[in-house]
Design a protein. Sequence first.
Length: 126
Amino acid sequence: MSLVLHLTEMSRWRRGGDIEAESLSTQGFLHASADETVMLAVANALYAEPTEPLVVLVVDTERVDAEIRWEAADPAPPPGVGPNVLFPHVFGPIPRRAVVAVRRPVRDRWGRYSALEDVEESGHPH
């Protein structure tokens, strides 16, 4: 089993159905990260002031029907991520059956995302 991480809004996750994002229509793929360190860097760079709660979906790539390509960051990697790091780009929706865990980004006292914490389906911490 190969796992990748996809950051999305909690409301999008709770809505049900396959997971999509605007990037699927604008760029042709869903963004994902290979591990927690990269995911936290992405969250800090792009979602420092989210308009709603976020969750990180842990996705089993073997359960995704769409092609997944490992490509360079588009347009550039977030601060703290090297220029040679490849990102998994999912060229289609992520089926709910592919999501094996749901986590949430946790902020430290300075407001930076510093860890991922497991959550239940309801969105409440374990």
